[in-house]
Design a protein around this ligand. Structure first.
Ligand code: ACO
Length: 323
């Protein structure tokens, strides 16, 4: 059986850290409110010279170094982002050019905060279909560029950053003990599209627009949707919450993460939390959390890892993999 195995992971963050206290001078909020309601203590904000492409390139280079590979070894680039450098061409081809790659193919994928989970699932399907041997999957975002900085209900929640993994096909027995992606589950439901959206676009207003969200509505649906897809990957694989080594959820809000883990019966010490450090970085949040837990030695080869995300659309998805 052919599986996509993770060979390397890398992350990149803007230079500037913005602490909660800075928001107290911009909007009617407090550090205490933000920490209590979200778990966020700080986020990184991109400078003018830091873009989705430059952060994505830096994360990609870090993942290549971690894997001991070069751009020549990559066949496919999939970039998950909702904040591309331009409406077109795809920011993935800019990253391809920055990496000096003139072969293979690169494209963007847009599923908002679920983008990385959708991109890994898509790259895995491409690899197993024989379209390449190795894929570079990146989540990179500059949400600071699409925030309404006068809106306290959204501006305090998001941050910028990037993370990347390298997937490589490997032939193995396809048992739960073998390395690689074991099961994926993706969902979307456009009837929720106006609960979390950007109020501009090339085909409507001709502007970029800013993020609008009914936070309470998103919160209300999040836990049910997350547990739905996780239960699906458990059912597909015969794996249970007790078998997991690590749960790496989308980092939107610590209360959503805690409630999801509780409902799924996943022990607190198995949950990777980085929302306190990064805020919600949308498609970058899962690979940033993965990279952090690999770098600090928590996630090791052979560990059973569960990824999940939920976001605008709504979109939601989960991936079960043996690291
Ligand atoms: N500082 C102080 N007060 C605030 C702030 C703030 N930054 N933001 C909102 N409030 C106020 C509200 O105005 C409200 O006041 P009111 O009662 O006088 O009307 C009060 O706090 C409570 O507001 P709620 O919205 O009920 O607060 P809640 O506990 O739900 O927390 C939050 C809000 C953090 C947005 C939460 O609903 C949430 O996390 N929702 C999910 C968001 C999310 O995950 N989004 C990302 C999805 S991923 C993607 O695709 C981009």
């Amino acid at each position: 059986m052919i599986r996509s195995v993770v060979r390397g992971v890398g992350t990149a963050l803007p230079r500037r850290i913005m602490k909660n206290a800075e928001f107290e001078t911009l909007v009617d909020t407090t550090d205490e409110w933000i920490v209590q309601r979200t778990g966020i203590e700080q986020r990184y904000i991109a400078a003018d010279d830091e873009t989705t492409a430059s952060l994505g390139e830096a994360a990609a280079r870090a993942a290549l170094d971690h894997a001991g590979l070069t751009p020549d070894d990559i066949d496919i680039i999939v970039l998950a982002t909702s904040t591309p450098n331009n409406t077109f061409p795809a920011t993935a081809v800019e990253i391809q050019q920055r990496l000096g790659m003139h072969h293979g193919f690169a494209f963007d994928l847009q599923a908002v905060c679920s983008g990385f989970v959708f991109a890994v699932t898509t790259a895995d399907a491409h690899l197993r279909a024989g379209l390449g041997k190795r894929a570079l999957v990146i989540g990179s975002e500059t949400f600071s560029r699409i925030l309404d900085w006068t809106d306290r209900t959204t501006s305090v929640l998001f941050g910028d950053g990037a993370g990347a993994v390298i997937l490589e096909i490997e032939e193995n027995q396809g048992t739960p003990a073998d390395r690689g992606i074991i099961a994926c589950s993706l969902r979307s439901d456009g009837s929720h599209r106006d609960k979390l959206y950007v109020d501009g676009g090339p085909s409507t207003t001709g502007t970029v627009g800013v993020l609008r969200m009914e936070g309470r509505e998103v919160f209300k649906h999040a836990v049910g949707m997350i547990t739905d897809v996780v239960e699906d990957v458990f059912a597909q694989s015969g794996i249970t919450a007790d078998d997991l080594d690590w749960f790496v959820p989308h980092q939107a809000n610590k209360r959503i993460i805690d409630a999801s883990a509780r409902k799924l019966g996943i022990a607190e010490e198995k949950v990777v939390i980085t929302v306190n450090l990064h805020g919600n970085t949308s498609a970058a949040s899962v690979p940033l959390a993965l990279g952090t837990a690999v770098k600090d030695g928590r996630i090791k080869q052979g560990d059973l890892v569960l990824l999940e995300a939920m976001g605008g659309g709504f979109t939601w998805g989960a991936i079960l993999l043996r690291w």
